[in-house]
Write a new protein. Sequence first.
Length: 390
Amino acid sequence: MASAQTLVCVKQVKQEKPEEWDESMPLPGDIIEGFYNSESSDTIADEFFVPTKAKSELTSQLAKFSHVEVIWVKVRRGESTLKLQTCVVAERISMLQRRYTIRAATDDRHVAILGDLTSDQCSELQELSRSLVNVEYRGYNKRGVKYDWKMKVGSYLPDQRCTIVSSILFMPLPGEKCTEATTARCMAWFSAAVASGVPLVFVNIQTEQIVSSEKNNLIGKDMSWGRQQNYTTTTTTVQIVQGIRLWFMPGAAEMLVDLIPQPGEVRFGLDIKRTDEGLICIHSVTKGSAADRCGLGSLHEEAYASGRQLVMSRLEGKSLMPSHVSSAGLIHCCDHTEIKETLASAIDQMERVQLHLMAWSNHLLPIAPKAVRATTVLRPPSGSCPPKTW
């Protein structure tokens, strides 16, 4: 049976960044039909090209032009024939042997690896190159630019330790064998929070693989030389489960509030409670207190009148969001007793306290008192805010 006819082809290139390839370079799949030794930039007529039929023949000819800066090669790419300017390069195989090939004239890294391939193999490589180097769809060239990360983080985040988005991980209950059941519980939690007046904004939901391990000690008895000996064997059971992580934003915006006590005050003047969903909200504000002076009183009255919650997202930069829901169904959230102790400790030392509030509607920001600073208003895409009919 006769062997398939082969062609001299570019098998691959050593330049590993396809985004920097262009059609003026030798590309994988290019069929090399001939070469011409000329440094002229003018287009060379077809009759001047020396035809080549095998890789060994081409490499031996290239060795003769190793001193030449530029040579022309004629390649067949799909239905088109192109004439490319290239350079001859020598690759050292051993102490006494070199292998000659070509590289792109515009990029020293773009070195072609040649081979004798069938027509079908060349076509497959050309299809791959076509998908990587598509002038119509690949867009403009890109370059790296410097960015003042420190300034941006300090200016455009409510707090430098803030990630803006929050998440809560839902572990499957013992009876939940599919992610749909866990997802349903996840969305029930989110919907219940929004319905109660908490201004959460949905961002994304994803599955997450959790690996857990459990050690078991097996105790047994063994008889050896007429004596009984006890032994313990430890085994580890590894289990992989699929959890659901819900990403959300704590309100359409976050407002920074400074609680500044005055001499003689023993409380900041705000009472907090934890919602069923594990969020910390302000339950009441004492008239004339530090909390009232900074504007929390009017904000709380506005929220109460519209049936909404005034929810704290962070205290002293630390998140107050619930972190995860265990496989027992328990919501792991901040201990509001510890929060009260933090506030009590600050008032004892007459220290100011910073807290962030979730803004449930942008229309509240312009009427908020001057003591309330909207340091960052990160609005979600249009249509993704919670409805105003809570």
